[in-house]
Structures are given as C-alpha cells and as structure tokens.
Write a protein that binds this ligand. Structure first.
Ligand SMILES: [Zn+2]
Length: 478
C-alpha cells in the first residue's frame, strides 16, 4: 500500500468523516536577463505532504516536508487534533459534495522536460532578444524573463481516490524601454504562458517581436496624449485577460461571494440572488470556465479535493450563470458536485477555491480583427496590460494598458499615450457590442494570482478575441 494510503487508512480508523493526503512537489526555475547579461537565476524545489481532516464538523490541516511514515503519522495526528478543536467551535453541519472515486493519472503533454535540459539554451535565447531590442533607436533597456515550473502531485483520500498529476508550465516575457522626446516608455511582448514542455519556448519568435517592441516603445515616446471623455475601446486578448480576471474571475469565486475570503482582494458584488438573473454583460458575452482546456495553466486533471477538472459557464449569453465552487460550499447552490477548481500552490498550503481557466468566447458571427477596426469609426485600441485597480466589491475598476492606438475612420491612426479608462464592471461588459471571431482568439494568463492568508500565488489561463466596448470613460493619466 502507498504511504499516502497508509496514512488515510490510519485516519479512517480515527473515525474522521473525510481526509485526504497530498504529496506535492513544486519546482520552479526563473531566469531574468537585463540588457546583455544574466541578472539572476533562481531555483525552488519544495516538496512535502499536506494532510486535511474533517472530524465531525471541524477541519484541520497539517503538513510536513519529511515524507517518512512516522512524520506522516505525526502530521495526520496534528491535522486531526486541529479538526477536533475546530469541531468544538463549528457553526452548523459541514456538507461535503459527493465526488466519484478516481484512480487516475494526468500529465501535461510535453516533448521536452525543461528541467532535464542545460540552462544555457534558454539564457541564450533571452539574451539574443535583449541584444536585438537594444539595437532599436533610443532603446535604453532590455529585459527578458522565463519561468519554468513543474508541479507533481500524488493525492489519496478516504473515498479511495488515488490520483497522480504532473504539470509543466512555461511563461516567457521580453520588454524594451526607450527614452526619447522627454519620455521613457516600455513595451512588452508576452507570448501566452502555457502548460507545455520546453518545445513551446523553442517555437516562440522572439527576434521579430524584440525588434517590434523596441520600435513601438520609441514610437510611444512621441505619441500625443489621449482626450478625456467617453469613447469606444477595442481591447486585445492580453488586455482583456486582466479585465476578465479582475471583474469576472475573482468576483465569481464562491468563497469570496459568501464572505469566507476577504483579506486579499475583497468580497464580491456577484451575490447568489443574482445567479441566472443578473445581466453581467451584453447578450454576446459568454465567459467560459474550462479547467479541461489543453495547455491551460489551471488544467491539472483533478484538483486538490480529488474533484475532476470541468468546464462550465460563468456568464452565458450575458447572464451570470456559475461560480468557482468547492466541495464544502456546493450545497449552498444546490449543486451536487464541486467544479474542480480548488488548488494549493505548495504542500504547506491549504487548498482553496482558485480561479479556473477563464476565457471570453469568440464572437459567433464572422468578424476578423481588421474588420472590427474597420467597423469602428472612432475610438482607441489598447494592447497589453498596464496598471489597474478595482474596489473591494469588484465594481469600480480602472485599467491602463501597454500600448494604445487611435482609431480614426476605421483605421489605426498612430499611437497615443497616458490612456486609462474606468467603468463599473458589469456596465463595462454590458457595453460590449462586438467580439471578433475564433480566428483572432489568443491566450494569455497569470502565474501570480494572489489569494488567501497566508497568500498563495496560483496560475490560470485567460483568452479572448479582440472585442469592442462602447461609451467607456477614458481619462488622461498624469
Ligand atoms: Zn488574481
């Protein structure tokens, strides 16, 4: 019998209602280059076992970096003792949604394991991108960045599930900074972060993009400021990924909605009374949660509650239609099953409800990006992410961007600078009147989504086709 199953058997003998044990390896390599030198390379290799116990109506969690049977038993005893204490203060019965027994394996499809390769190849590619950016006129700084991750887990619970997962993640980024015309402006190229092998990194065209961002950083220095006032925005997939993350993804985490999570990034306006009624966006807005998305950063086969990853709508035809739901809170929605989006970042972290892969579904009518711009008389096109803020109920939001272009008479007409816009989150999505079709769909995503206390950084993919939003208040940043 596996050592995790041994500890589960031990806890079953202690009359727990539920328990699971998760052996969890978190390996991460980060490479930063600055100009033509390596700025730093860091490596984390953290592993251990986390054990969660439900005793009557109290939860306990304990973890250990030592994986021998005696240490596991000690951690199990500690989790059990904590659960017994918690039970004394329990407020009502814990209802745990059922989940079928899974004896399964899941692995990211990779060709090359990045941790098996010499680091020099990746360093060389980043430095070459930096060199090319620095050849651009007035470019004063080039930065490049690569994160490689491997999360390997083994999971066992009192329902006899035994699940092994092996997930690889690649996240690259390059940036150029120019100084000209009394301004300093940066521009980045951020290929979609993917759950993939090293072959994904090899396939990225840094050369063309290093030259492009160098030129655009300089052009940005000469761009006029935008006008303040309501206007039409066309937003690119990378920009939209941050907008949907903050105004849709976080407000629809059910623990946040119900007040179980508040300390990091607040609560939510998207309360349960609004489910299947509230107009979150216009009729063409469909926001899809999909932890089965191949290569998605949150695609891990099974979550850290032993629940199979799933696909569901958060917003369907403009209406709020779902949340990210764990096993404990599913009954609040009369759901018979959680939707498989509870994750922990490291072995010592308690699994919590995390944002799934979340994307804006492409428009159903044929519409290319070029046709979308041509159909827009006047407005601003924004690419990439910049500064942002949103209030503690996830209503009043403000976003910048990485680069901005004026749209005049259906054409991109030169860059703008100092563009920010603000909106109430659901009014923003209600003002979406066109979405390009699937040909223009691109992915983006995060590996640094902070939640919990102590904070855990989780990863998830976003995606969209460029989309148009009417009557959005644009302000000139100072
Ligand atoms: Zn986040």
């Amino acid at each position: 019998m596996d050592k995790l199953q041994e500890v589960i058997k031990y806890l079953k003998g202690k009359k727990v209602r539920f328990a699971d044990a998760r052996e969890h390896l978190f390996r991460e390599r980060e490479i930063y280059t600055e100009d033509t030198r390596v700025e730093r390379i860091t490596e984390q290799n953290v592993s251990g076992v986390g054990i969660k116990v439900l005793y009557e109506n109290g939860w306990g969690y304990a973890s250990t970096s030592a994986k021998d049977p005696a240490s596991l038993k000690k951690a199990a005893d500690k989790a059990l003792a904590l659960a017994r204490h918690a039970d004394k203060a329990a407020d009502g019965r814990v209802e745990l949604a059922a989940e079928p027994k899974h004896v399964a394996k899941f692995a990211t499809k990779i060709k090359e394991d990045p941790f098996e390769l010499e680091i020099s190849g990746a360093v060389g590619a980043l430095l070459e991108a930096g060199e090319l950016s620095l050849k651009g006129k007035d470019v004063i700084k080039a930065n490049a960045y690569l994160v490689l991750r491997n999360m390997r887990k083994k999971y066992a619970n009192t329902e006899d599930s035994l699940i092994e997962t092996d997930v690889f993640t690649v996240l690259p980024e390059i940036q150029a900074t120019a100084r000209a015309n009394g301004e300093v402006k940066s521009r980045h190229y951020w290929p979609a972060p993917m759950n993939a092998g090293y072959e994904y990194f090899r396939g990225i065209d840094f050369k063309t993009n290093a030259r492009r961002i160098a030129a655009e950083a300089r052009e940005h220095c000469f761009a006029p400021s935008c006008e303040t006032g309501p206007t039409t925005l066309v937003l690119d997939p990378e920009h939209l990924s941050l907008t949907m993350h903050e105004s849709v993804g976080h407000p629809t985490e059910l623990d946040r909605v119900l007040g179980y999570e508040e300390s990091c990034a607040g609560r939510s306006f998207a309360t349960l009374d609004k489910l299947n009624k509230f107009k979150y966006g216009s009729d063409i807005v469909n926001l899809v949660a999909d932890n089965t998305l191949e290569g998605g950063l949150a695609s891990c086969g099974y979550d850290d509650e032993g629940v199979e990853c799933q696909k569901w709508h958060i917003v369907k035809d403009g209406v709020l239609s779902g949340y990210g739901v764990n096993r404990e809170l599913a009954h609040k929605l009369k759901m018979t099953r959680a939707n498989g989006t509870t994750r922990a970042t490291k072995y010592s972290d308690v699994p919590i409800t995390r944002m799934p892969n979340l994307y804006l579904a492409p428009g159903k009518k044929p519409l290319s990006f070029e046709e979308l711009i041509a159909d827009t008389e006047d407005g601003i096109y924004i690419e990439g992410m910049g500064s942002f803020s949103i209030d503690q109920m996830r209503l009043n939001m403000q976003f910048g961007g990485d680069a901005f272009w004026a749209i005049k008479k259906g054409k991109l007409a030169g860059m703008l600078k100092n563009v920010t816009y603000n909106a109430i989150s659901y009014e923003f999505w209600r003002n979406c009147d066109a979405i390009a079709d699937e040909r223009a769909f691109r992915r983006a995503g995060f590996i640094t989504c902070g939640k919990g206390d102590p904070m855990q950084a989780a990863q998830m993919t976003h995606g969209a086709s460029p989309a148009r939003f009417r009557n959005i208040m644009v302000r000139r940043a100072k």
